[in-house]
Ligand binder design. Structure first.
Ligand SMILES: [Ca+2]
Length: 358
């Protein structure tokens, strides 16, 4: 019933789909129909209601479809945007990773290349250094083949190691760095008579004695040092008698030949204070008691005068003779230098030395 007492007609029309609105509930449309007061009114209501209902239903259905479509499009748009962003991010990430990999590979390759270059340069430097070391060794050894370039240490201590060509591992020699500017390689010394100089051929070839005291360097070493074709050598002989008087004999040219020559003596150019008692022995071979190379056909000069030497037939100097402490009665068998002290005086001190001429 209505407020004015008319009976309201309620018309319920089923819908095709749920409407989901406040005015349209459930699966049907409820329309308030005014009370029917007359048969004409009933017909008009009936006719209007049918059109309205039909239009309303169509309108609602259309709106519903539009709403759904709008909702779907919105989601799609949003999804599409999200997908695009995601794809962009994915593409960016993949590109960044690829770039990083390229950089890493390039870095590894560059590092390997640089390492190889450094290794090659290092090897070249090592080869160059080794070559320079070898050349330096050759130069040093050529300089140190005798006492010509003795160090200050050698000047103090006398004994040093030198490297003649025939002795690549070096030999120890005594250097005289005090006499006449130094640089002398000493090859014979008589000092106190304790060393036995009455020795045979092999001993005189190899050498004997103590470098600090009395010794003979050896014919082979004297030959090897003095016969260097690149240089000339000079000879100096320092002497002292028992009154401590000194004298010397110096020769501007000195050389000892090889074993095949009998260690032939080459000497020339005397100067000094002792007189020349050696020039007469020039071109003589060395003679020992067991190897007679002298020119005396009747005797062995080394045996007769008790002194291995470059005897002719026999000598005017006999510096390897017996150590007799000065004056002696026997003929020329002491440490004799005829032109200073004669054939009957055995010297207190003798030192024979050679020096490279520069
Ligand atoms: Ca003879």
């Amino acid at each position: 019933m209505t407020k004015n007492g008319n009976t309201a007609n309620l018309l319920t029309v089923p819908t095709e789909e749920p409407l989901g609105t406040k005015s349209l509930k459930g699966s049907s449309v409820t329309i308030n129909v005014p009370p029917v007061s007359s048969p004409n009114t009933r017909r008009r209501i009936s006719a209007i209601s049918a059109q309205d209902i039909s239009m309303a239903l169509k309108t609602v259905a259309l709106q519903q479809q539009q709403l759904q479509q709008t909702t779907k499009n919105g989601k799609t748009v949003k999804l599409n945007k999200k997908n695009k962003k995601s794809r962009k991010r994915s593409k960016f990430s993949s590109g960044a990773i690829f770039l990083c990999l390229l950089v890493a590979i390039a870095a590894v390759g560059l590092s390997a290349y640089l390492y190889g270059e450094v290794r090659r340069i290092d090897q070249k430097l090592m080869l160059m250094t080794g070559d320079l070391d070898r050349k330096a060794d050759v130069i040093v050894q050529s300089l140190l083949k005798d006492c010509s370039y003795a160090t200050p240490w050698d000047r103090i201590h006398g004994i040093t190691r030198v490297y003649p060509v025939a002795y690549p591992y070096g030999i120890e020699v005594y250097c005289d760095e005090k006499t006449d500017g130094g640089g002398w390689t000493v090859f014979q010394r008589r000092l106190h008579g304790k060393e036995n100089f009455q020795r045979k051929w092999n001993a005189y070839v190899k050498g004997f004695g103590k470098l600090e005291e009395e010794f003979w360097m050896g014919l082979e070493r004297i030959h090897q040092i003095s016969s260097d074709l690149g240089f000339e050598y000079e000879l100096r002989i320092d002497m002292k008698d028992f009154d401590n008087n000194t004298a010397y004999a110096q020769y501007s040219k000195f050389r000892v030949g090889p074993a095949s020559s009998g260690y032939e003596l080459f000497v020339n150019g005397y100067s000094g204070t002792a007189g020349d008692s050696l020039q007469v022995h020039n071109r003589m071979k060395f003679t020992t008691t067991d190897q007679d190379n002298d020119l005396d056909r009747e005797k062995n000069c080394a045996l007769y005068h008790h002194g291995p030497w470059w005897h002719r037939s026999c000598h005017s100097s006999n510096l390897n003779g017996r150590y007799k402490h000065g004056v002696h009665k026997t003929y020329a068998d002491g440490v004799n230098w005829r032109h200073w002290k004669g054939d009957y005086y055995s010297l207190k001190f003798v030192e024979m030395k050679m020096r490279r001429k520069i």
